[in-house]
Design a protein around this ligand. Structure first.
Ligand SMILES: [Zn+2]
Length: 570
Protein backbone atom coordinates (compact mmCIF):
# COMPACT_ATOMS: atom_id res chain seq x y z
CA UNK A 1 0.00 0.00 0.00
CA UNK A 2 1.31 3.37 -0.93
CA UNK A 3 1.56 6.36 1.36
CA UNK A 4 -1.79 8.05 1.22
CA UNK A 5 -0.34 11.57 1.48
CA UNK A 6 1.53 11.30 -1.77
CA UNK A 7 -1.42 9.77 -3.48
CA UNK A 8 -3.74 12.51 -2.36
CA UNK A 9 -1.31 15.18 -3.49
CA UNK A 10 -1.21 13.65 -6.91
CA UNK A 11 -4.95 13.31 -6.99
CA UNK A 12 -5.48 16.89 -5.98
CA UNK A 13 -3.15 18.07 -8.70
CA UNK A 14 -4.97 15.90 -11.18
CA UNK A 15 -8.22 17.47 -10.20
CA UNK A 16 -6.85 20.96 -10.77
CA UNK A 17 -5.71 20.38 -14.33
CA UNK A 18 -8.77 18.37 -15.28
CA UNK A 19 -11.41 19.44 -17.74
CA UNK A 20 -13.62 20.68 -14.94
CA UNK A 21 -11.43 22.41 -12.38
CA UNK A 22 -12.04 21.78 -8.70
CA UNK A 23 -11.37 25.08 -7.04
CA UNK A 24 -9.94 25.48 -3.58
CA UNK A 25 -7.78 22.33 -3.58
CA UNK A 26 -4.07 22.62 -2.85
CA UNK A 27 -1.47 21.27 -5.25
CA UNK A 28 1.88 20.02 -3.94
CA UNK A 29 3.33 17.88 -6.72
CA UNK A 30 3.31 17.35 -10.46
CA UNK A 31 0.35 15.21 -11.44
CA UNK A 32 0.70 12.05 -13.39
CA UNK A 33 -2.55 12.19 -15.20
CA UNK A 34 -1.99 9.64 -17.95
CA UNK A 35 -0.93 6.68 -15.82
CA UNK A 36 -2.69 3.64 -14.44
CA UNK A 37 -3.73 4.52 -10.91
CA UNK A 38 -3.52 2.03 -8.08
CA UNK A 39 -6.57 0.73 -6.26
CA UNK A 40 -5.83 3.02 -3.32
CA UNK A 41 -5.33 6.06 -5.51
CA UNK A 42 -8.67 5.56 -7.24
CA UNK A 43 -10.42 5.00 -3.92
CA UNK A 44 -8.91 8.13 -2.40
CA UNK A 45 -9.81 10.22 -5.41
CA UNK A 46 -13.39 8.94 -5.45
CA UNK A 47 -13.77 9.71 -1.74
CA UNK A 48 -12.26 13.15 -2.29
CA UNK A 49 -14.72 13.94 -5.07
CA UNK A 50 -17.62 12.76 -2.91
CA UNK A 51 -16.51 14.82 0.09
CA UNK A 52 -16.08 17.95 -2.05
CA UNK A 53 -19.48 17.49 -3.73
CA UNK A 54 -21.78 15.68 -1.29
CA UNK A 55 -24.92 16.89 -3.05
CA UNK A 56 -23.81 15.46 -6.36
CA UNK A 57 -21.55 12.46 -5.68
CA UNK A 58 -21.46 9.57 -3.25
CA UNK A 59 -18.72 6.95 -2.81
CA UNK A 60 -19.51 3.63 -1.14
CA UNK A 61 -18.14 0.11 -0.92
CA UNK A 62 -20.48 -2.60 -2.23
CA UNK A 63 -18.39 -5.49 -0.93
CA UNK A 64 -14.90 -6.93 -0.55
CA UNK A 65 -12.55 -8.77 -2.88
CA UNK A 66 -11.11 -12.19 -2.04
CA UNK A 67 -8.19 -10.41 -0.37
CA UNK A 68 -10.41 -7.96 1.48
CA UNK A 69 -10.07 -4.89 -0.71
CA UNK A 70 -13.10 -2.64 -1.00
CA UNK A 71 -15.06 -2.77 -4.24
CA UNK A 72 -15.92 0.90 -4.60
CA UNK A 73 -18.73 2.59 -6.50
CA UNK A 74 -18.91 6.33 -7.13
CA UNK A 75 -22.47 7.48 -7.84
CA UNK A 76 -23.32 10.85 -9.37
CA UNK A 77 -26.56 12.72 -10.02
CA UNK A 78 -28.11 16.16 -9.58
CA UNK A 79 -31.61 14.76 -9.08
CA UNK A 80 -32.84 15.86 -5.64
CA UNK A 81 -33.72 13.28 -3.01
CA UNK A 82 -31.48 10.49 -4.27
CA UNK A 83 -28.72 10.80 -1.67
CA UNK A 84 -30.15 10.20 1.77
CA UNK A 85 -28.29 10.54 5.04
CA UNK A 86 -28.16 6.77 5.45
CA UNK A 87 -27.71 5.83 1.83
CA UNK A 88 -29.33 6.21 -1.53
CA UNK A 89 -32.92 6.18 -2.77
CA UNK A 90 -32.85 5.35 -6.46
CA UNK A 91 -36.39 4.03 -6.62
CA UNK A 92 -37.75 6.90 -8.64
CA UNK A 93 -35.08 7.43 -11.26
CA UNK A 94 -33.22 5.35 -13.84
CA UNK A 95 -29.58 4.56 -13.30
CA UNK A 96 -26.68 3.19 -15.32
CA UNK A 97 -23.62 1.24 -14.19
CA UNK A 98 -20.16 1.09 -15.78
CA UNK A 99 -18.16 -1.92 -14.56
CA UNK A 100 -14.40 -1.92 -15.13
CA UNK A 101 -11.46 -4.24 -14.66
CA UNK A 102 -13.42 -7.46 -14.20
CA UNK A 103 -10.39 -9.10 -15.69
CA UNK A 104 -7.40 -7.93 -13.69
CA UNK A 105 -5.16 -7.52 -16.72
CA UNK A 106 -7.63 -5.19 -18.49
CA UNK A 107 -7.33 -1.83 -16.67
CA UNK A 108 -8.17 0.64 -19.46
CA UNK A 109 -11.85 1.03 -18.59
CA UNK A 110 -11.19 1.69 -14.93
CA UNK A 111 -8.70 4.44 -15.74
CA UNK A 112 -11.02 6.09 -18.26
CA UNK A 113 -13.70 6.05 -15.55
CA UNK A 114 -11.38 8.15 -13.39
CA UNK A 115 -11.46 10.85 -16.04
CA UNK A 116 -15.24 10.53 -16.31
CA UNK A 117 -15.61 10.77 -12.53
CA UNK A 118 -13.65 14.01 -12.57
CA UNK A 119 -16.04 15.52 -15.12
CA UNK A 120 -19.17 14.27 -13.36
CA UNK A 121 -18.21 15.41 -9.88
CA UNK A 122 -15.53 18.04 -9.88
CA UNK A 123 -17.49 21.18 -10.67
CA UNK A 124 -16.62 23.76 -8.05
CA UNK A 125 -18.75 23.66 -4.94
CA UNK A 126 -22.45 24.01 -5.60
CA UNK A 127 -21.97 25.52 -9.03
CA UNK A 128 -24.00 23.97 -11.82
CA UNK A 129 -22.31 21.44 -14.06
CA UNK A 130 -20.68 23.44 -16.84
CA UNK A 131 -21.00 20.99 -19.72
CA UNK A 132 -24.63 20.96 -20.99
CA UNK A 133 -24.46 17.31 -22.10
CA UNK A 134 -23.23 16.21 -18.68
CA UNK A 135 -25.74 18.48 -16.95
CA UNK A 136 -28.53 16.79 -18.92
CA UNK A 137 -27.33 13.31 -17.95
CA UNK A 138 -26.96 14.08 -14.26
CA UNK A 139 -30.36 15.73 -14.13
CA UNK A 140 -31.97 12.68 -15.78
CA UNK A 141 -30.67 9.83 -13.64
CA UNK A 142 -27.86 8.31 -11.64
CA UNK A 143 -24.46 7.26 -13.01
CA UNK A 144 -22.64 4.51 -11.08
CA UNK A 145 -18.92 4.01 -11.72
CA UNK A 146 -17.56 0.69 -10.45
CA UNK A 147 -13.89 1.23 -11.25
CA UNK A 148 -12.59 -2.25 -10.52
CA UNK A 149 -14.51 -5.46 -9.89
CA UNK A 150 -11.24 -7.36 -9.53
CA UNK A 151 -8.77 -5.23 -7.54
CA UNK A 152 -6.74 -8.32 -6.56
CA UNK A 153 -6.38 -9.36 -10.20
CA UNK A 154 -5.15 -5.84 -11.02
CA UNK A 155 -2.47 -6.07 -8.34
CA UNK A 156 -1.48 -9.51 -9.67
CA UNK A 157 -1.78 -8.25 -13.25
CA UNK A 158 -3.74 -11.32 -14.28
CA UNK A 159 -7.17 -12.16 -15.63
CA UNK A 160 -8.50 -14.14 -12.64
CA UNK A 161 -9.13 -13.00 -9.07
CA UNK A 162 -6.91 -13.93 -6.11
CA UNK A 163 -8.53 -17.39 -6.01
CA UNK A 164 -7.65 -18.05 -9.63
CA UNK A 165 -11.26 -17.78 -10.81
CA UNK A 166 -12.35 -16.04 -14.02
CA UNK A 167 -15.15 -13.85 -12.66
CA UNK A 168 -16.79 -13.69 -16.08
CA UNK A 169 -17.57 -17.41 -15.87
CA UNK A 170 -18.67 -17.31 -12.25
CA UNK A 171 -22.40 -16.48 -12.43
CA UNK A 172 -25.50 -18.67 -12.65
CA UNK A 173 -26.21 -19.39 -16.30
CA UNK A 174 -29.74 -19.80 -17.62
CA UNK A 175 -28.71 -22.20 -20.39
CA UNK A 176 -26.42 -24.49 -18.41
CA UNK A 177 -28.66 -24.28 -15.35
CA UNK A 178 -31.85 -25.09 -17.28
CA UNK A 179 -33.31 -21.72 -16.44
CA UNK A 180 -32.23 -21.58 -12.80
CA UNK A 181 -30.50 -18.24 -12.11
CA UNK A 182 -30.27 -18.56 -8.33
CA UNK A 183 -26.92 -17.83 -6.71
CA UNK A 184 -25.41 -20.96 -5.23
CA UNK A 185 -23.47 -19.18 -2.49
CA UNK A 186 -20.26 -20.67 -3.81
CA UNK A 187 -19.61 -17.71 -6.11
CA UNK A 188 -16.53 -15.57 -5.57
CA UNK A 189 -16.91 -12.57 -3.24
CA UNK A 190 -16.51 -10.14 -6.14
CA UNK A 191 -19.36 -11.87 -7.99
CA UNK A 192 -21.58 -11.78 -4.91
CA UNK A 193 -20.81 -8.08 -4.46
CA UNK A 194 -22.00 -7.08 -7.93
CA UNK A 195 -25.01 -9.43 -7.79
CA UNK A 196 -26.05 -7.92 -4.46
CA UNK A 197 -25.60 -4.38 -5.74
CA UNK A 198 -27.77 -5.08 -8.81
CA UNK A 199 -30.40 -6.63 -6.57
CA UNK A 200 -30.46 -3.60 -4.26
CA UNK A 201 -30.74 -1.18 -7.18
CA UNK A 202 -33.77 -3.11 -8.38
CA UNK A 203 -35.76 -1.73 -11.28
CA UNK A 204 -33.87 1.57 -11.21
CA UNK A 205 -30.84 -0.11 -12.77
CA UNK A 206 -31.76 0.17 -16.43
CA UNK A 207 -28.42 -0.52 -18.05
CA UNK A 208 -24.85 -1.60 -17.48
CA UNK A 209 -21.74 -1.91 -19.58
CA UNK A 210 -18.73 -4.09 -18.89
CA UNK A 211 -15.46 -2.53 -20.05
CA UNK A 212 -12.95 -5.10 -21.32
CA UNK A 213 -9.92 -5.22 -23.63
CA UNK A 214 -8.55 -7.57 -26.29
CA UNK A 215 -10.69 -6.44 -29.23
CA UNK A 216 -12.54 -3.36 -30.48
CA UNK A 217 -16.27 -4.12 -30.64
CA UNK A 218 -19.55 -3.69 -28.78
CA UNK A 219 -20.92 -7.07 -27.73
CA UNK A 220 -24.53 -7.69 -26.64
CA UNK A 221 -26.66 -10.63 -25.40
CA UNK A 222 -27.02 -13.41 -25.54
CA UNK A 223 -23.49 -14.64 -24.91
CA UNK A 224 -24.52 -18.29 -24.55
CA UNK A 225 -25.57 -20.43 -27.53
CA UNK A 226 -28.99 -22.05 -27.27
CA UNK A 227 -27.46 -25.46 -27.96
CA UNK A 228 -24.95 -25.11 -25.14
CA UNK A 229 -22.12 -25.39 -27.64
CA UNK A 230 -18.79 -24.03 -26.45
CA UNK A 231 -17.06 -23.84 -29.81
CA UNK A 232 -19.66 -23.44 -32.50
CA UNK A 233 -20.67 -19.90 -33.43
CA UNK A 234 -24.41 -19.71 -33.73
CA UNK A 235 -26.96 -16.89 -33.46
CA UNK A 236 -28.96 -16.69 -30.26
CA UNK A 237 -30.51 -13.24 -30.17
CA UNK A 238 -32.35 -12.15 -27.05
CA UNK A 239 -36.00 -11.18 -27.10
CA UNK A 240 -34.80 -7.56 -26.97
CA UNK A 241 -32.45 -7.85 -29.91
CA UNK A 242 -33.69 -4.72 -31.71
CA UNK A 243 -33.28 -2.66 -28.54
CA UNK A 244 -29.75 -4.00 -28.01
CA UNK A 245 -28.70 -3.23 -31.56
CA UNK A 246 -29.98 0.32 -31.18
CA UNK A 247 -28.17 0.83 -27.86
CA UNK A 248 -24.91 -0.58 -29.22
CA UNK A 249 -25.22 1.72 -32.19
CA UNK A 250 -25.45 4.76 -29.92
CA UNK A 251 -21.93 3.92 -28.68
CA UNK A 252 -20.65 3.25 -32.20
CA UNK A 253 -22.19 6.28 -33.92
CA UNK A 254 -19.77 8.72 -32.28
CA UNK A 255 -16.60 6.62 -32.63
CA UNK A 256 -14.96 6.36 -36.08
CA UNK A 257 -12.52 3.71 -34.86
CA UNK A 258 -15.38 1.29 -34.14
CA UNK A 259 -17.12 2.05 -37.40
CA UNK A 260 -14.03 1.30 -39.48
CA UNK A 261 -12.89 -1.85 -37.69
CA UNK A 262 -12.55 -4.53 -40.37
CA UNK A 263 -12.52 -7.38 -37.87
CA UNK A 264 -16.09 -6.54 -36.76
CA UNK A 265 -17.99 -4.87 -39.61
CA UNK A 266 -20.43 -2.37 -38.17
CA UNK A 267 -18.66 -2.38 -34.83
CA UNK A 268 -21.00 -4.70 -32.96
CA UNK A 269 -21.78 -8.39 -32.58
CA UNK A 270 -24.23 -10.58 -30.70
CA UNK A 271 -22.25 -12.64 -28.19
CA UNK A 272 -22.79 -16.23 -29.31
CA UNK A 273 -21.92 -15.22 -32.88
CA UNK A 274 -18.43 -14.34 -31.68
CA UNK A 275 -17.75 -17.11 -29.19
CA UNK A 276 -20.18 -18.62 -26.71
CA UNK A 277 -19.72 -17.67 -23.04
CA UNK A 278 -21.55 -19.30 -20.14
CA UNK A 279 -21.71 -17.97 -16.59
CA UNK A 280 -20.85 -14.46 -17.77
CA UNK A 281 -21.94 -11.26 -16.04
CA UNK A 282 -23.61 -9.80 -19.14
CA UNK A 283 -26.24 -12.51 -19.55
CA UNK A 284 -26.65 -12.77 -15.78
CA UNK A 285 -27.49 -9.08 -15.30
CA UNK A 286 -29.83 -9.15 -18.29
CA UNK A 287 -31.69 -12.37 -17.57
CA UNK A 288 -31.72 -12.25 -13.79
CA UNK A 289 -32.08 -8.53 -13.10
CA UNK A 290 -33.65 -7.18 -16.33
CA UNK A 291 -30.65 -4.89 -16.88
CA UNK A 292 -29.91 -4.10 -20.53
CA UNK A 293 -26.23 -4.97 -20.39
CA UNK A 294 -23.56 -4.67 -23.06
CA UNK A 295 -19.84 -5.40 -23.18
CA UNK A 296 -17.43 -2.90 -24.74
CA UNK A 297 -14.11 -4.35 -25.84
CA UNK A 298 -12.21 -1.06 -25.83
CA UNK A 299 -8.84 -1.86 -27.41
CA UNK A 300 -7.18 -4.69 -29.34
CA UNK A 301 -4.20 -4.68 -27.02
CA UNK A 302 -4.77 -5.45 -23.35
CA UNK A 303 -3.21 -3.04 -20.83
CA UNK A 304 -2.16 -0.55 -23.52
CA UNK A 305 0.88 1.65 -22.78
CA UNK A 306 0.26 4.66 -20.54
CA UNK A 307 1.40 6.92 -23.38
CA UNK A 308 -1.79 5.95 -25.22
CA UNK A 309 -4.17 6.81 -22.38
CA UNK A 310 -4.84 10.34 -23.58
CA UNK A 311 -5.66 9.21 -27.10
CA UNK A 312 -7.81 6.34 -25.84
CA UNK A 313 -9.81 8.70 -23.60
CA UNK A 314 -10.41 10.98 -26.58
CA UNK A 315 -11.47 7.92 -28.61
CA UNK A 316 -14.00 6.60 -26.09
CA UNK A 317 -15.13 9.72 -24.21
CA UNK A 318 -17.99 10.69 -26.53
CA UNK A 319 -19.14 7.05 -26.76
CA UNK A 320 -19.19 6.60 -23.00
CA UNK A 321 -21.36 9.70 -22.63
CA UNK A 322 -23.54 8.63 -25.58
CA UNK A 323 -24.37 5.47 -23.66
CA UNK A 324 -25.36 7.48 -20.60
CA UNK A 325 -27.53 9.72 -22.73
CA UNK A 326 -29.18 6.77 -24.47
CA UNK A 327 -30.03 4.97 -21.24
CA UNK A 328 -30.96 7.89 -19.00
CA UNK A 329 -32.21 10.73 -21.23
CA UNK A 330 -34.19 8.89 -23.90
CA UNK A 331 -37.15 6.52 -23.84
CA UNK A 332 -40.23 5.79 -21.72
CA UNK A 333 -40.52 6.02 -17.95
CA UNK A 334 -43.54 4.27 -16.43
CA UNK A 335 -44.34 5.27 -12.86
CA UNK A 336 -46.87 3.04 -11.12
CA UNK A 337 -48.68 4.46 -8.10
CA UNK A 338 -49.17 2.08 -5.20
CA UNK A 339 -49.89 2.52 -1.53
CA UNK A 340 -47.99 0.96 1.38
CA UNK A 341 -50.76 -1.62 1.96
CA UNK A 342 -51.17 -2.56 -1.70
CA UNK A 343 -50.45 -6.28 -1.87
CA UNK A 344 -51.09 -6.67 -5.55
CA UNK A 345 -48.37 -7.88 -7.84
CA UNK A 346 -47.66 -5.26 -10.50
CA UNK A 347 -46.56 -6.29 -13.96
CA UNK A 348 -45.22 -3.72 -16.39
CA UNK A 349 -44.78 -5.04 -19.90
CA UNK A 350 -43.51 -3.55 -23.13
CA UNK A 351 -45.92 -4.96 -25.72
CA UNK A 352 -43.96 -3.72 -28.74
CA UNK A 353 -41.73 -6.62 -29.76
CA UNK A 354 -37.98 -6.68 -29.04
CA UNK A 355 -38.08 -3.33 -27.25
CA UNK A 356 -38.16 -4.30 -23.60
CA UNK A 357 -38.95 -6.94 -21.06
CA UNK A 358 -41.80 -7.82 -18.75
CA UNK A 359 -41.08 -6.45 -15.27
CA UNK A 360 -42.82 -8.03 -12.27
CA UNK A 361 -42.89 -6.43 -8.83
CA UNK A 362 -44.28 -7.80 -5.63
CA UNK A 363 -42.79 -5.51 -3.03
CA UNK A 364 -39.23 -4.34 -3.65
CA UNK A 365 -39.16 -0.83 -5.01
CA UNK A 366 -35.44 -0.43 -5.43
CA UNK A 367 -34.55 1.29 -2.20
CA UNK A 368 -31.01 1.19 -0.92
CA UNK A 369 -30.92 1.63 2.82
CA UNK A 370 -34.14 3.50 2.42
CA UNK A 371 -37.46 2.91 4.09
CA UNK A 372 -40.40 3.48 1.78
CA UNK A 373 -43.17 5.37 3.54
CA UNK A 374 -46.59 6.33 2.30
CA UNK A 375 -47.57 6.19 -1.32
CA UNK A 376 -44.79 5.04 -3.58
CA UNK A 377 -44.05 5.29 -7.25
CA UNK A 378 -42.68 2.11 -8.75
CA UNK A 379 -40.52 3.12 -11.69
CA UNK A 380 -39.71 1.21 -14.86
CA UNK A 381 -37.68 2.81 -17.63
CA UNK A 382 -37.38 1.53 -21.20
CA UNK A 383 -34.41 3.15 -23.04
CA UNK A 384 -36.07 2.94 -26.45
CA UNK A 385 -35.40 5.01 -29.58
CA UNK A 386 -37.91 7.54 -30.99
CA UNK A 387 -41.16 5.90 -32.11
CA UNK A 388 -44.57 4.76 -30.89
CA UNK A 389 -44.96 1.96 -28.38
CA UNK A 390 -47.64 -0.08 -26.66
CA UNK A 391 -47.25 -0.96 -23.00
CA UNK A 392 -49.45 -2.68 -20.47
CA UNK A 393 -49.68 -2.48 -16.69
CA UNK A 394 -51.41 -5.32 -14.80
CA UNK A 395 -52.43 -5.39 -11.15
CA UNK A 396 -52.76 -9.05 -10.14
CA UNK A 397 -53.98 -10.27 -6.75
CA UNK A 398 -51.11 -11.87 -4.86
CA UNK A 399 -51.23 -15.64 -4.98
CA UNK A 400 -53.72 -15.75 -7.84
CA UNK A 401 -51.48 -16.03 -10.87
CA UNK A 402 -54.37 -17.09 -13.09
CA UNK A 403 -56.17 -13.82 -12.46
CA UNK A 404 -56.03 -11.25 -15.21
CA UNK A 405 -56.48 -8.45 -12.70
CA UNK A 406 -57.01 -4.80 -13.48
CA UNK A 407 -55.25 -3.67 -16.58
CA UNK A 408 -54.20 -0.40 -18.15
CA UNK A 409 -53.08 -0.15 -21.75
CA UNK A 410 -50.76 2.67 -22.74
CA UNK A 411 -49.86 3.97 -26.15
CA UNK A 412 -46.76 6.11 -25.86
CA UNK A 413 -44.97 8.29 -28.36
CA UNK A 414 -41.27 9.02 -27.88
CA UNK A 415 -39.69 12.00 -29.61
CA UNK A 416 -36.00 12.26 -30.48
CA UNK A 417 -33.76 13.25 -27.56
CA UNK A 418 -36.56 13.11 -25.05
CA UNK A 419 -38.02 10.95 -22.34
CA UNK A 420 -41.75 10.43 -22.03
CA UNK A 421 -43.07 9.82 -18.53
CA UNK A 422 -46.35 7.99 -17.97
CA UNK A 423 -48.06 7.60 -14.60
CA UNK A 424 -50.13 4.43 -14.26
CA UNK A 425 -52.68 4.08 -11.47
CA UNK A 426 -54.90 1.11 -10.71
CA UNK A 427 -58.44 1.82 -11.94
CA UNK A 428 -60.70 2.88 -9.06
CA UNK A 429 -63.75 0.70 -8.33
CA UNK A 430 -67.28 1.87 -9.26
CA UNK A 431 -68.98 3.75 -6.36
CA UNK A 432 -72.79 3.89 -5.82
CA UNK A 433 -73.86 6.99 -3.89
CA UNK A 434 -77.22 5.46 -2.73
CA UNK A 435 -78.09 1.83 -2.14
CA UNK A 436 -80.35 0.28 -4.79
CA UNK A 437 -83.89 -0.85 -3.72
CA UNK A 438 -84.00 -4.48 -2.56
CA UNK A 439 -85.07 -7.14 -5.05
CA UNK A 440 -88.48 -8.86 -4.63
CA UNK A 441 -87.85 -12.46 -3.60
CA UNK A 442 -89.73 -13.94 -6.60
CA UNK A 443 -87.70 -11.92 -9.11
CA UNK A 444 -84.25 -13.28 -8.26
CA UNK A 445 -84.02 -15.88 -10.98
CA UNK A 446 -84.60 -13.61 -13.91
CA UNK A 447 -84.49 -15.65 -17.13
CA UNK A 448 -83.36 -14.51 -20.53
CA UNK A 449 -82.19 -10.99 -19.78
CA UNK A 450 -81.19 -9.37 -23.05
CA UNK A 451 -77.68 -7.89 -23.30
CA UNK A 452 -77.67 -4.58 -21.50
CA UNK A 453 -75.30 -2.95 -23.98
CA UNK A 454 -77.69 -3.63 -26.85
CA UNK A 455 -79.85 -0.53 -27.53
CA UNK A 456 -82.72 -2.65 -28.97
CA UNK A 457 -83.06 -4.53 -25.70
CA UNK A 458 -84.79 -1.54 -24.14
CA UNK A 459 -87.80 -1.79 -26.46
CA UNK A 460 -90.01 -3.97 -24.26
CA UNK A 461 -89.16 -2.15 -21.07
CA UNK A 462 -89.69 1.48 -21.82
CA UNK A 463 -87.50 4.44 -21.04
CA UNK A 464 -83.85 4.25 -20.00
CA UNK A 465 -83.36 3.46 -16.33
CA UNK A 466 -82.47 6.45 -14.15
CA UNK A 467 -78.72 7.18 -13.76
CA UNK A 468 -78.78 9.94 -11.18
CA UNK A 469 -77.76 7.69 -8.30
CA UNK A 470 -74.56 6.48 -10.03
CA UNK A 471 -71.07 7.95 -9.72
CA UNK A 472 -68.50 6.76 -12.25
CA UNK A 473 -65.01 7.91 -11.30
CA UNK A 474 -63.83 7.15 -14.80
CA UNK A 475 -65.25 10.47 -15.87
CA UNK A 476 -62.15 12.13 -14.46
CA UNK A 477 -59.86 10.06 -16.72
CA UNK A 478 -58.03 8.24 -13.94
CA UNK A 479 -54.52 7.00 -13.87
CA UNK A 480 -52.85 8.71 -16.76
CA UNK A 481 -50.70 11.76 -16.59
CA UNK A 482 -48.15 12.43 -19.20
CA UNK A 483 -45.85 15.02 -20.53
CA UNK A 484 -47.45 14.57 -23.95
CA UNK A 485 -51.05 14.44 -22.96
CA UNK A 486 -52.51 15.30 -26.35
CA UNK A 487 -50.66 12.62 -28.20
CA UNK A 488 -50.97 9.54 -26.08
CA UNK A 489 -52.81 7.63 -23.49
CA UNK A 490 -56.36 8.06 -24.74
CA UNK A 491 -56.50 4.44 -25.85
CA UNK A 492 -55.82 2.87 -22.51
CA UNK A 493 -57.75 5.46 -20.60
CA UNK A 494 -60.77 5.17 -22.85
CA UNK A 495 -60.87 1.40 -22.52
CA UNK A 496 -60.99 1.57 -18.78
CA UNK A 497 -63.48 4.41 -18.46
CA UNK A 498 -65.94 2.93 -20.95
CA UNK A 499 -65.58 -0.53 -19.48
CA UNK A 500 -66.33 0.67 -15.98
CA UNK A 501 -69.23 2.80 -17.16
CA UNK A 502 -70.93 0.03 -19.16
CA UNK A 503 -70.47 -2.42 -16.29
CA UNK A 504 -72.16 -0.01 -13.88
CA UNK A 505 -75.03 0.58 -16.29
CA UNK A 506 -75.52 -3.16 -16.74
CA UNK A 507 -75.87 -3.68 -13.01
CA UNK A 508 -78.36 -0.89 -12.74
CA UNK A 509 -80.48 -2.11 -15.69
CA UNK A 510 -80.65 -5.61 -14.27
CA UNK A 511 -82.01 -4.32 -10.98
CA UNK A 512 -84.50 -2.03 -12.67
CA UNK A 513 -85.80 -4.75 -15.00
CA UNK A 514 -86.18 -7.21 -12.20
CA UNK A 515 -88.49 -4.88 -10.27
CA UNK A 516 -90.59 -4.23 -13.43
CA UNK A 517 -91.09 -7.92 -14.08
CA UNK A 518 -92.00 -8.51 -10.46
CA UNK A 519 -94.85 -5.98 -10.68
CA UNK A 520 -96.15 -7.60 -13.85
CA UNK A 521 -96.12 -11.05 -12.32
CA UNK A 522 -97.93 -9.80 -9.22
CA UNK A 523 -100.70 -8.14 -11.26
CA UNK A 524 -101.18 -11.29 -13.32
CA UNK A 525 -101.60 -13.37 -10.18
CA UNK A 526 -104.36 -11.05 -8.90
CA UNK A 527 -106.33 -11.43 -12.16
CA UNK A 528 -106.05 -15.19 -12.26
CA UNK A 529 -107.18 -15.50 -8.63
CA UNK A 530 -110.27 -13.38 -9.35
CA UNK A 531 -111.21 -15.45 -12.37
CA UNK A 532 -110.90 -18.64 -10.36
CA UNK A 533 -113.26 -17.25 -7.66
CA UNK A 534 -115.86 -16.25 -10.29
CA UNK A 535 -115.66 -19.67 -11.91
CA UNK A 536 -116.03 -21.41 -8.55
CA UNK A 537 -119.14 -19.36 -7.66
CA UNK A 538 -120.71 -20.13 -11.05
CA UNK A 539 -120.20 -23.87 -10.60
CA UNK A 540 -121.73 -23.77 -7.13
CA UNK A 541 -124.83 -21.86 -8.39
CA UNK A 542 -125.40 -24.25 -11.29
CA UNK A 543 -125.07 -27.26 -9.00
CA UNK A 544 -127.64 -25.79 -6.58
CA UNK A 545 -130.16 -25.11 -9.36
CA UNK A 546 -129.83 -28.61 -10.68
CA UNK A 547 -130.36 -30.14 -7.25
CA UNK A 548 -133.59 -28.09 -6.80
CA UNK A 549 -135.01 -29.31 -10.12
CA UNK A 550 -134.38 -32.95 -9.31
CA UNK A 551 -136.42 -32.66 -6.07
CA UNK A 552 -139.58 -31.12 -7.77
CA UNK A 553 -142.46 -33.91 -7.96
CA UNK A 554 -144.49 -32.15 -10.61
CA UNK A 555 -141.59 -31.98 -12.82
CA UNK A 556 -140.87 -35.66 -12.19
CA UNK A 557 -144.48 -36.54 -13.11
CA UNK A 558 -144.49 -34.45 -16.22
CA UNK A 559 -141.41 -36.11 -17.32
CA UNK A 560 -143.08 -39.40 -17.06
CA UNK A 561 -146.02 -38.13 -18.94
CA UNK A 562 -144.24 -36.49 -21.66
CA UNK A 563 -140.89 -38.16 -21.53
CA UNK A 564 -139.80 -37.12 -24.93
CA UNK A 565 -139.96 -33.46 -24.02
CA UNK A 566 -137.94 -34.02 -20.90
CA UNK A 567 -135.40 -36.09 -22.68
CA UNK A 568 -134.54 -33.09 -24.71
CA UNK A 569 -134.03 -31.01 -21.59
CA UNK A 570 -131.48 -33.24 -19.95
ZN1 LIG B 1 -12.04 -9.27 -20.36
Amino acid sequence: MRASGGAVARLLAFAVIGVCVAEGLNVSSVPERWTYWSNDEIAEYANLLASENPARCRAASIGKSAKGQDILVLSATTKPGVFLNAGMDVSGTPSFLYIGNMHGNEPLGRQLMVYMAEELCASPGKAPVANPAIRRILSSGVVHLLFTLNPDGFDLRRRENANGVDLNRNFPDAILGSGNMTLLGTEEPESLAIAGFASRLGSSLVGASLLHEGALVVNYPLDGAASGSRRQREPNPSRDDALYRYLAQRYIDVQPELQSNEEFPGGKIQGSMWYPVYGGLQDYLYRKHNVYTTTVEMNDQKWPPEAQLGALWRQHRASMYAFLDAYLCQGITVKVKRGPDDLRVVEVAMVTEEMGRLMVFSGSLGYINGDPQGDSLLTVHYPVPPGEYDLQVNWVDRGDTSSVGDRQLLHVKVEANSRTTVIAERPAPVVFSDPLPPLPPNAVDEPDLPAADSPSSNGDIGAEPPRNNLVVPGDRRPGLETTQENEMGTRGDGVISEGMRSKAMLLEKISWRRSQRANEIQQASYVSTGLMIVLFVAIVVLAALRSKKSRDPAQREGRRKTPSSHVNLV
